[in-house]
Ligand binder design. Sequence first.
Ligand SMILES: Cc1cc2nc3c(=O)[nH]c(=O)nc-3n(C[C@H](O)[C@H](O)[C@H](O)COP(=O)(O)OP(=O)(O)OC[C@H]3O[C@@H](n4cnc5c(N)ncnc54)[C@H](O)[C@@H]3O)c2cc1C
Length: 474
Amino acid sequence: MSRRFDVVVIGAGPAGYVAAIRAAQHGLSVACIDEWQNKDGKNAFGGTCLNAGCIPSKALLESSELFHRAQHEFKKHGITIGDLGMDVTAMQKRRASIVRQLTGGIAGLLKANNIEGLVGHGRLLAGKKIEFTPVKGDAEVVDADHVILASGSIPIELSVARYDGDKIVDSWDALEFTAVPKRMGVVGAGVVGLELGSIWARLGAQVTVIEAMDDFLIMADRDVARTAAKEFKKQGLDIRLGATLTSAETSKKGVSVNYEDKKGTHSLEVDQLVVAVGRRPFTDSLLAEDSGIQPDDRGFIVVDDECRTRVKGVFAIGDCVRGPMLAHKGSEEGVMAADLIAGEIAEFNYDVVPSVIYTAPEIAWVGKTEEEVKKSGRPYKTGSFPFAASGRAKAMEQTSGMVKIIAGADDDEILGVHIIGPMAGELIAEAVLAMEFSASTEDLQRTIHAHPSLAEAIHEAALAVDKRALNYIN
Ligand SMILES: Cc1cc2nc3c(=O)[nH]c(=O)nc-3n(C[C@H](O)[C@H](O)[C@H](O)COP(=O)(O)OP(=O)(O)OC[C@H]3O[C@@H](n4cnc5c(N)ncnc54)[C@H](O)[C@@H]3O)c2cc1C
């Protein structure tokens, strides 16, 4: 007789493992299937985020940022050090150890919640049956009352620059370089391209970023994008906009890159080329023909607002469905799906998913950009406050950037908060909470913020919306 679970989750990335834990917390019997294999051949839970995305990138961003600050800022603090050294092997060892601890932690969490962690491939068959093919051993079919598909995404490959794992690489390989490339090319000035470019530029690489769009950071508020472009230029990141990659030829020496822009054809010689042009949903061998589910023409599994697919009892969450490809978006969809399966009322507020780019300065936002609000026709007002006027930012020697708030002109509802500056990724949490509670800027104005803190910049930006900033001329 086949094994039976109340819920079977396919994929143990931040969407899948969180859904599994939440379902188990409801007292349901749960299995979570995952096939992720790291470069050392070992299987690990945690998906892209823990193994090849959010966590390893942040580990290296932190190391490279500390090195950069030691080189460029310590003197201003009155700190002198002898010969400053940098050891990529040690940095990579630390990165790998953090990943190991956290992915091991997921295995521990699954166990502690009595979730059956199944290592191998899962495929949805008809009638909510799942074929599980373990890494070692024979395939079996397990029965489920409910299935949650959380198979994630993989990097998009360009036909003109095929990955070879050495000279032309994807974001995962670029997080595992064992030496700093002298000249590094990045295709794509999106979140991942900018984070990877920042890491290796701070460690000494000469980084050139090619971006097909004419506008920089098209998804961000224009004021933020303009500030970011200036800051990255100061840091030596050479970002070429409106530039489309046409070919990339590898040789023993490196990669000869050709691209086109309005002025014509250009070439560029680099040692390594990182292609970071986005990710596509991963559903290879996930759905049997008679499973009842077909991805759409872009490869996404089609779901409604509650992440239900067209097959009753089968949900899909995370990067393999529409919406921003972000770990926290997938996790919250996992919580919603598990709650709905348990018979509870649950919903997801897609209007308040925060976005963060972990460059220096960090960039974070939630809600609408000024351009989006303008386009909607809704009357609005804005207020901003520069970190140059923040005592805490000055003490930290991190005064670049600002907080900008957009609110409805009629009812003062906060419509968008945009931050570029120190710890923007942490500061945005206040804005997310405020917007989740439909707060007005007056609510923020009347909320006490500790002094001196970076969060005071949010308070002042809220006051500035009504021309009442106290520490800046309105
Ligand atoms: C370099 C980089 C940096 C990033 N940084 C951030 C960040 O700072 N913040 C953020 O929010 N997001 C970040 N992301 C995006 C984030 O990693 C993804 O949004 C997130 O991992 C998606 O979670 P998921 O659970 O949907 O999918 P994944 O994390 O991709 O997990 C899917 C899992 O399912 C497994 N799987 C797939 N199909 C099957 C199958 N048929 N059988 C068994 N197992 C299967 C896969 O092996 C994988 O383990 C980053 C991404 C990259 C590449």
